[in-house]
Design a protein around this ligand. Structure first.
Ligand code: URP
Ligand code: ZN
Ligand code: ZN
Ligand code: ZN
Length: 530
């Protein structure tokens, strides 16, 4: 027959349009969009009736940590990644996401000098379990080896389709100095690789952390006070200047404060190729969540420790929502960072008085154990940073943004699917409902008939023992998730398989080198460099 699958009675939403429309899918691709199909066209195709609900391109989550363990963990302080590619992608699928870009992380170990080897190792982890959804990698670069950058960046682009790197301005084991940042940015720019920056001033954080510890202010709540918004404000400001010096496009990951967003917006107003991401935690949590549980020192408050921390209050959240609406933020990603709470390397261990008193201490040996014992117990600084959220990303923005009228349906799709696909070289294969695009869809419930509910962690499909959104009310949830024409999530059940997902070789960014046609200002840019 003409189609393998058709979706009828849906209201399709793209980054530009909201239109009642039927979709015909053939061989895993969007084939036809039409007001209706004839019975001849329908033939024996499988029919999904959307019953008037929104039908959107599948979610593209451009910030997901999987299989990053201990010293290769995102914060370099230990912590054990509970989700692998199977469990992480399963959770993503159940939350309407069909594409994820995860991190392959270099470390400062000599054995990790080669970026290619790092990517091969992470890819082997993905292939070991398979993925329910399509996936790619960003490369995290923590050193500026000229020879490696020169030879390996072109190979990463050509052989692996890796067209983005992440650089850190904080975390002792990952941060680059300003000149190192410039080295890597320039090398990236030459290869049309998008530079993602974790912008926090590492020295400010270290200094404040020591001052807090001197005063005995070590409970999880003080994690927030060790990195007030000015920490992110300074770092974004500096990185914008560094990027401007060489006219390098930059995407700031996980922006958590209104004043950092203002820096981004000012740079954009000047025509600079500066982009930003924010995440559900910054719209849904505040400092108060770091003391939500029954006493300020309660271990459970470590569940909300992430970096940057959630903003101080709801007025910051309002500003961040405004940034979503007015274009300051290009993308909305989860920063899914799946540390368990109650486990030997979990978030709990960071606040224990005495780590050796932990229950369920798993037999762990060698370096890992040494690391654990060496930790100074009882301070927020030892809590693994990051919180899970790959499954709740779309539903949280639906409930908090779309259903409340804070953002439009088109904006929702732009931020969660179309723009991440454009930014990271996947468009229009992903992030679009054009004929020829991959038939990746998320179909919501009809808003009228959906009964809102309160989330509990056991409803989720990740391998983490908590959700920061426990008890939160959701007014909708993905009813179907479709990956290249295959239904992988339907009516509360996973119908896909761990090897449904494919590796994605990515192209250059739509927002890359060519995006800014503005004449270069030699007072701000070293024009002679190019
Ligand atoms: O706290 C966070 N965000 N941890 C994850 C690692 C990172 O920097 O993205
Ligand atoms: Zn980061
Ligand atoms: Zn408690
Ligand atoms: Zn992250």
């Amino acid at each position: 027959s003409k189609f393998d699958l058709i979706v009828i009675n849906g209201v399709i939403v793209t980054a530009t349009d909201v239109i009642p429309c039927c979709i015909g899918i053939k061989d895993g691709k969007i084939h036809t969009l039409a007001p209706a199909f004839t019975s001849e066209e329908v033939g024996d195709a499988r029919i999904i009736d959307a019953e008037g609900a929104y039908v959107m391109p599948g979610g593209v989550d451009a910030h997901v940590h999987l299989c990053q363990d201990l010293k290769t963990g995102p914060h370099g302080l230990g912590g054990e990644c509970a989700d692998n590619f199977e469990t992480g992608s399963r959770s993503a699928a159940a939350g309407g996401t069909t594409t994820m870009i995860t991190f392959a992380t270099q470390t400062r170990d000599e054995s990790d000098r080669s970026l290619i080897k790092v990517v091969e190792a992470y890819n082997a982890r993905a292939e070991a379990t398979g993925s329910y959804i399509d996936y790619g990698f960003h490369i995290i670069i923590v050193r500026n080896d000229e020879d490696v950058l020169k030879v390996e960046l072109p190979a990463l682009v050509k052989d692996w389709g890796i067209t983005s790197c992440k650089l850190f301005m904080t975390y002792e084991s990952q941060r680059l100095t300003d000149s190192q940042l410039l080295d890597v940015m320039l090398a990236s720019q030459k290869n049309d690789i998008t530079t993602m920056i974790h912008a926090e001033n590492g020295d400010m954080i270290q200094w404040l952390t020591e001052k807090l510890e001197d005063k005995g202010m070590v409970a999880p709540y003080y994690h927030a006070l060790s990195r007030p918004p000015i920490v992110e404000m300074e770092a974004t400001n500096r990185a914008i200047a560094l990027a401007g010096l060489i006219q390098n496009p930059v995407l700031f990951v996980h922006i958590g404060s209104a004043i950092a967003a203002t820096n981004v917006r000012n740079a954009q107003t000047q025509g600079m190729p500066i982009y930003a991401e924010t995440c559900p935690q910054y719209l849904n949590l505040t400092y108060d969540d770091l003391q939500r549980f029954h006493s300020p020192t309660c271990f459970e408050n470590s569940k909300h420790v992430c970096s940057p921390p959630p903003p101080p209050g709801t007025s910051d959240q309002d500003e961040l929502y405004l940034g979503l609406l007015n274009g300051t933020f290009t993308i909305f990603s989860s920063d899914h960072c799946p540390f368990r709470y109650d486990s030997p390397h979990g978030k709990l261990t960071g606040v224990l008085e005495d780590p050796s008193s932990m229950k369920d201490e798993a037999p762990c040996e060698g370096e890992a154990l040494q690391d654990l014992v060496k930790r100074k117990p009882g301070s927020f600084r030892f809590i693994p940073n990051g919180i899970p959220g790959v499954e709740t990303r779309l539903p949280l923005l639906f409930s908090g943004g779309l259903a409340t009228g804070r953002i439009t349906a088109q904006k929702f799709v732009e931020l969660t699917s179309t723009n991440p696909a454009k930014l990271y070289g996947l468009y229009p294969k992903k992030g679009a409902l054009m004929p020829g695009s991959d038939a990746d869809l998320v179909i919501w419930h009809p808003q009228k008939t959906f009964k809102s509910f309160r989330l509990i962690n056991s409803m989720l499909h990740h391998n983490v023992d908590y959700t920061p959104y426990e008890g939160k009310e959701f007014v909708n949830w993905p009813r179907y998730t479709i990956l290249r024409g295959k239904v992988i999530w339907a009516e509360g059940e996973l119908t896909g398989k761990a090897y449904d997902g494919e590796y994605l070789k990515r192209g250059p960014s739509y927002f890359g080198k060519g995006a800014s046609k503005r004449p270069i200002d030699s007072r701000k840019t070293a024009t002679w460099l190019h």
